[in-house]
Write a protein that binds this ligand. Sequence first.
Ligand SMILES: *Cc1c(COP(=O)(O)O)cnc(C)c1O
Length: 372
Amino acid sequence: MEPRDLSDHSVYRAGRGIEEVARDLGLDPDDLVKLSSNENVLGPSPKAAAAIREHADSVHLYPKSSHTDLIERLADDWNVASEQVWLANGGDGVLDCLSRALIRPGERVLVPRPGFAYYAMSARYHHGEVATYCLSKADDFVQTADRVLDAYDGERIVAVTSPHNPTGSVMPLDEVERLADETGEDTLILVDEAYGEFADVESAVDLVRERDDVAVLRTFSKAYGLAGMRLGYGLVPEDWADAYARIHTPFDTGELTCRAGLAALDDDEHIEKTVAMVEDAREYLYENLDARTWESQGNFVLAEVGDSEGGSPAGERSQTASGEAVTDAAQREGIIVRDCSSFGLPECIRITCGTPEQMERAVEVLNEVIDA
Ligand SMILES: *Cc1c(COP(=O)(O)O)cnc(C)c1O
């Protein structure tokens, strides 16, 4: 026997892990600085780590009250009904829940290019199809309703990433609202706010409260430093929020995950420290990297390190480095950044914001490689 036709499905290429790279290069993992997956370099909230230890002895039980408590806590924080909070296995799990609840076989989703790969993957897993709208480098990846509407053709879900990965641009709330107004009744605008804590724009949750066609995605993987726990949630319109009970796997968010999330929500100090560090790091990168950068509202900065034309007119190979070449060379010096080929920007790299020491070392290595 065989699985169904999966030839259309791509494989998610994550930023490489420290152990993996260290093994390949014969380096000590402690000598590597990983700035490739937008994790929190300060680690998890200490309160979350303590909660994980504290609850380790109760993992023989299914997560019941912790799941309910976390949903109620988030509903309270966002001023929505508890049904409107869809807890899931990371933000990626939220995308799966929405695909399952919304996509009828053959229906399309509209996703940004460059953009986050999992929108398309999740749609295809759920028998959907994919169309793209372009954010243009020439316009500094500006996000407006018109840009999306130019490509819009009645898709079931339209993904808006704000702040956008990997460029750091945002779509202002009035543009999100206009997009929702001008798309069909049967279209959901999904605003992915995975990096919302780092941005100084308002969350689209206001629109979730007011209308039936906007949903928001948030995650604990980035600012909260809990990527390894796999915790995210959707905030969805009240009108159809009860669909969650019919599509999510029973007990899909683990006991320790829920406990960690609850504790992290009480740790304002960790978030404040993280956001301040990220703001400093962004400025440092804009000012010191020998490459074009874009202003970012996320915990990362996109930098153009190669030649976007990809070669000289005579057809010889360009002497200018590509994102991949810079990534490989930096990695040999212990700095792991993200090559943006998989996002459709082969001439760019994405650098996760870290501590002042990490940023100094990263810039030193990257500048050497870029100028070589
Ligand atoms: C990281 C990320 C997510 C979600 O990641 P999870 O670890 O699954 O929560 C969602 N959208 C974007 C754009 C991201 O960068």
